[in-house]
Structure formats: C-alpha cells, structure tokens
Design a protein around this ligand. Sequence first.
Ligand code: OXD
Ligand code: MN
Length: 604
Amino acid sequence: MSSSLPALDQWVAEVARLTSPDRIHWCDGSDAEARELTRQMLDSGELIALNPDSHPDCHLHRSDPDDVARVEHLTFVCTPQREDAGPNNHWLEPAQAHARIDALFAGCMRGRTLYVVPYCMGPIDSPLARCGVEITDSAYVVANMRKMTRMGAPALARIEREGHFVKGLHSTGELDPERRYIMHFPHELTIKSYGSGYGGNALLGKKCHALRIASWQARQEGWLAEHMLIVGIQNPQGDIHYIAAAFPSACGKTNLAMLIPPESYRQAGWKVWTVGDDICWMQPGADGRLWAINPEAGFFGVAPGTSQGTNRNALAMLDRDALFTNVAVTGDNQPWWEGLDDRVPALDWQGRPYDRASGTPAAHPNSRFTVSMHNCPSYTDEAENPAGVPISAIVFGGRRRHLAPLVVEACDWTHGVLIGASMASETTAAATGKVGVVRRDPMAMKPFCGYHFGDYWAHWLSFDRPGVTLPKIFQVNWFRRDDDGRFLWPGFGENLRVLEWIIARCRGQAGARDTAIGRLPDQDDLNLDGLDLDAADLQALLAVDADGWREEAEAIARHLDGFQPRVPPALLHERERLAQALAASTGTVAAEPTTTPTTAPSPA
Ligand code: OXD
Ligand code: MN
C-alpha cells in the first residue's frame, strides 16, 4: 500500500532506506488488523493474555525494566536558535541532532516490520484537530496508538486531503538507555524517538506531538495546547460547565476527569462527564469564549491507586479490551496493582513470584493502562463534537504538602497566568528521577512545552484582548498534609465540592473573600454537607500563611528570573503586585468559620 500524497510516500521510502526493515505495513486501523497484530504479539511474548473470563480481550505487556517512564534528560527540542527552546528544554542544534539520532536509526529495523501509522489528534472532522504519521517498528506502539488516537484509513484520507502532517519516526532500537533520545524539530514538524517503548517516549501522538510540537504550532496559529484534563459538571438543573485543569503527571487528572460525585450530590442530580484526562487544545471561538477538544481518543492512565473507592469509572472501563503495562498479576491471571484491593498478587511487574514481605511494590509505580475513551462510563459524545466544548474555568493544581490552600480564584487573567507560571509540585514516578521533590512546573508543562517559557507566558497573556470572554482561573491543592503526613482534604469525589464553588464563582453566585493571594471561599461558601472534616483541618485548608507566601513570592521572583530576558513585563508587574499585597498582610489569615449548619447541595 501507499498513499496518494507524494510527500508521505517519499518520506516512508527515505525512512525505509535508512532503517532497512524486512517489511512495510500501512496501518488501516481495522479490527482485522488489530486482531492479527495481537496474535503476533501473543506468539512473540510481547503480550500476555489476561484472564478471559474476568478480563476479556485484555493483555499485559512487560517493559524492559530500564524503560518504564519518560526520560526528560534525554528529551530535546532542536530549534535553529538555542534561545527559542528556552532554559526549560534540553537543546541540540538541528543538523547535529539529526546526525546523532540518524546514526542510531541506520539499519535498526533489519528483521523487523516498519509500520506506517496515520493518525488524527482530535475528532476526525474537527477544524481544531491536527494529523500526523508515526513510523514505528513496534507492534505494541501500534496497538497503543490505535486506542489513543483516531488511527488508520480516515486519518490517512484527511492527511491526503490536507497535504501536510507531523512526521514521527520511532524505533525501540536496543532499549539501551545509553542509546536513547527523544528529539523534536518544531520548525520541521518532525519528531524522532529512539531506544524506548514507553508510552510518553514512544506513542508520538501524545506528549511529542499533542504537547511539544502542538504548543509550538499553537503559538504560531493563536491557540493553546495544554497538559489539561477536560471535565463537564452537570448541575441538577441540567446545565453543564466544562472545566480544563492542569496537574503535573500522576497527580490525579484521570481521577478528576472521571470523578464520582459524593452521595448527596448524586441524589440531588449532579453528574460528571469526561471529555479528556491529559491533553486539551483550546481556541477562541466566534463568541469570544475558549473552545476545547481532547486530541486523544483514549486514556493512558496510571494504574496504582485506582480502585472502586478512588475511581469507580476507571475500574469499570478496565475489565475488557484494555492493555496493561507493568502491572502485577494474581494467581488466576487478573491484573493487579497497589491500592486495587487486598488480594496478594502471584507475580510482580517483571513476572517474578511476588513476596509481600519483600516490601517492594508488585506493580511498577508508573504501571499503566491503555483503553479507548468509549470504555469509560462517564464518557460524553461531546468529546466528538468538532467544535469542541466551551470552557468556563481553568484550574491549575499541584501536589503540595504545605502552603497552597485548597482553592484560590485569580483576580484576573494576568494574575491567573502568574499562578500557572509559578505552579510547583512534588515529582512523581511518571518520569525517571527522584520522587517527592518540589519543583516548579509552570502550567504542568515543564516537560512538555516545545519552546521558551517566557514566550509561552507571553502567548498566554495575549489571549486577554477586547471582545473575549475568558474563563476564570483558579488554583487548587488536594494534597495538603499535616506534620504527620496525613492528608487534610479527602480528595477524589469530594473535590466536586470545590468544583461547585468554582462554577458558582463563574456564574457570580458564590461568596469569596479577597486576600493578598487571590479570592478564597469562607467555610460557608463551600458545600460541606455530609463531609466529616475536622474544623482545624478546614481552617488550615482555607488559610493564607502570609509569612510563607512572602517567601513564596521571593521564590517565584527567582524562578521567573531564570527565564529572563524573555519574561513578559506584565507578569513581572503582577509578581510585584503580589509581593506588595503580601507585604501589607501579616500572620495567618484564616477563613471565617461556618456560622450556620452546612446546607444541601445548592443549585449552581
Ligand atoms: C502522562 C504523563 O503519561 O504526563 O500523561 O507522564
Ligand atoms: Mn500527562
């Protein structure tokens, strides 16, 4: 097979000359093709069938133990000018980068099949969607791309019609960490990835295209490509408000996107709809609002911690047609991970007999599931709407033990951009490196912004212009702890209480108090009906520690300084404004305690 697009055929021929595959297969995305690839992977041992009674059509893949997460230190953005990649990216001069990685690609597909995977990021008929073609020598990557993107014949037809596409070249190579690179060439709309089969390094439609390349394209074209979930909150009157929320990797985006409302909310008629759990592309519409699509078609979620209690919707989508990576298995061959339930697995993620006394986790902390969006009980057809969904609020969240309150509303767009730009969070197992270290992760895009953060913040600020109705911006923190490490807020479904306040604020229907760091709810402003929350915990969650924030404002100044001379002056002024407001406030400013009994869910 080939295409009717000479540029595509020429590129495939060029790659074949470089990599010398035994066979070339153009993926059409059909069920028959998926069945045949699965059969081949079962034969080769790349996939292991899971219990067909409890988990029909579910499979397990075990990675090389040295290939289980994104590798930020081996990920490069290769712009012609070093400054354009910014201090937030590793950089190589493009010609040198091509030469270095092409030397690895030379002859690497000998004995292998070269798969050509045309894909579309976003609903196939959406003007907001963009297409790409990934060439890979991994059937496992093809199987993942089939769940995560609109892959195959319809995507190829769009590419042939449009005549352009993002080029992604991938080989698992030898899976040698010493021979591994993930390289991006934004000016050439090209990605080259060698030596890893891990999702974020190898499914090129996801982080490489939909965030690093797309963020760069979005800047040229006037839209935003963000590391955000999209969730629709339906109130008892039937109105749905869509919220886009940025959290760093493995901070609960999937759980928030699939939130199960607390019992009292369910009874009152609240519903939650999932549009996406990881990536959001947003563009101003003719009505001045921001309209968003989820460019993905599936979920590549973190398994550990997913349970009936934390994410019932996710569990319900994982009992059929799901692909698991690096989870443990029970004696009767069911997938298992820490936090799922109290069974003891028989084999760990590497297939070794599991001994609980070892004290090591059975599933890898970054073990994953890949599943189509259509499996999700809270999935909404609005995710297929070519126009996208209108965004009412943007939320920035991090994992912070101290300081950051449960929720804060930005005073305006510029303040919101400062909140996003100064986001900080504790690191997780989604990337290699130390876990639990606080690092600045602007807009949760630290690993994913394809250009200089200073320019990126200027791009964000540029959306605030006459005629627009921008979403309100909020900051949340579900992860506050006391000195013993105990979480102060229950999180998960209870987060809807915070989202209700956020939506009510967007509609001008809820109270808030002005503080130096933004607007916070008083205790009365939140619906805490049926929630058993310690009064001191609630007070701590809604308090502003002015001394701590003064230090934070200084730390933010140092952080912004690292991106000079490209930090937009408006952002520096905003930081100054924050510092001055904090200088005028003292001690810890607590929320007003509740004076009346908490009420049933209020209409929002
Ligand atoms: C992801 C990540 O896989 O952010 O979504 O690492
Ligand atoms: Mn992510």
